[in-house]
Design a binder for this molecule. Structure first.
Ligand code: C2E
Ligand code: MG
Ligand code: MG
Ligand code: MG
Length: 284
């Protein structure tokens, strides 16, 4: 820490930085406890086929039921979990929960289609060589059909260490899982790497969906992404659909699937189920 010390030894460590570091350390310890004490929970958000309005499956989204602070957003704690490496055991746990839940729903819900589950994977997990084994174990443990499991990776994560990422992604693809590029349009958005990595799905970031009917650029971008993805055989999922207008525009633009508050918020498994029953009945 010599470099950070000022002329009098500690000048740069003003109270706000000290507090910041302290808060970080506390968050890390609390997160470690959270995993051990069962404070983490996986929520599920429906993903819909825009052509038929059918439910195709869910995205698993992590939540932290903090004993004092209530529900904590993953935006707050995923970065810390990522920095500390805690994301590796946490990610393995999410994978296990989500695949067990999928096996349950596939066995007990009489849907015409076989439901899918999509799980987020962070850059650190992607660099960790256990990921392929973790996925293989989750598949063996639950007996779900490999083709019904998807993994979401942001384009930034793929590009961070493209060679290492490509190797891990090939290992995952060889298992048979579907890979999705998450938050597409917010990072490099290069056509080339979509061909380079074995991905099957592109998830259009919700900032572009929010722009539909508002600014012409968003519409042009979504149109271009759909055309490009379809040209190389990829499926397009739009995130963050909140209004019927956005849904209609996405349909016109040829987007394949959608996910957003219009169809359902992320919910705990028990509540997702009842919501899903409504879906099947066509009442939601
Ligand atoms: P993401 O993977 O892009 O997930 C989509 C986010 O958009 C979720 O935020 C979801 O709740 C939110 N969302 C869905 N529909 C709508 C909508 O109509 N309007 C608005 N405004 N938002 C919508 P959430 O659950 O807070 O998660 C934030 C991010 O945290 C995720 O973004 C993902 O990057 C990360 N994350 C969540 N769970 C996990 C996990 O298990 N592992 C890892 N590594 N990252 C996770
Ligand atoms: Mg995602
Ligand atoms: Mg996303
Ligand atoms: Mg997003």
């Amino acid at each position: 820490k010599a470099k950070a010390a000022g002329r009098n030894g500690y000048a740069f460590f003003d109270s706000s930085l000290r507090e910041h570091v302290q808060a970080r350390v506390e968050l890390e310890q609390a997160l470690r406890r959270a995993l051990e004490h069962g404070e983490l929970e996986v929520y599920y958000q429906p993903i819909i086929d825009l052509g038929t309005d059918e439910l195709t499956g869910f995205e698993a989204l992590l939540r932290w039921n903090h004993p004092e602070r209530g529900l904590v957003s993953p935006k707050e704690f995923i970065p810390v979990a990522e920095e500390t490496g805690l994301i590796v055991p946490i990610g393995a746990w999410v994978l296990q929960q989500a695949t067990e839940q999928l096996a349950d729903w596939q066995a007990n819900l009489g849907t015409a289609r076989k439901l899918h589950m999509s799980v987020n994977v962070s850059p650190r997990q992607l660099r960790h060589d256990e990921l392929v084994d973790q996925v293989a174990i989750a598949l063996l443990d639950t007996g779900i059909d490999v083709s019904t499991l998807g993994l979401e990776i942001t384009e930034t994560a793929m590009m961070e260490d493209p060679d290492a990422a490509a190797a891990t992604l090939r290992g995952l693809r060889d298992l048979g899982v579907t890979l999705a590029v998450d938050d597409f349009g917010t990072g490099y958005s290069a056509l080339g790497y979509l061909k380079r990595f074995p991905v099957g799905i592109v998830k259009v970031d919700r900032s572009f969906v929010a722009g539909l009917g508002v600014d012409v650029d968003s519409e042009a971008i979504v149109r271009a992404v759909v055309a490009m993805a379809h040209a190389i055989g990829l499926t397009v999922v739009a995130e963050g659909i909140e209004t019927p207008l956005q849904r209609d525009r996405l349909r016109e633009l040829g987007c394949d699937m959608a996910q957003g508050y219009l169809y359902g918020c992320p919910r705990p498994a028990s509540l997702t189920l009842s919501h899903h029953d409504l879906w099947v009945a066509g009442a939601a």
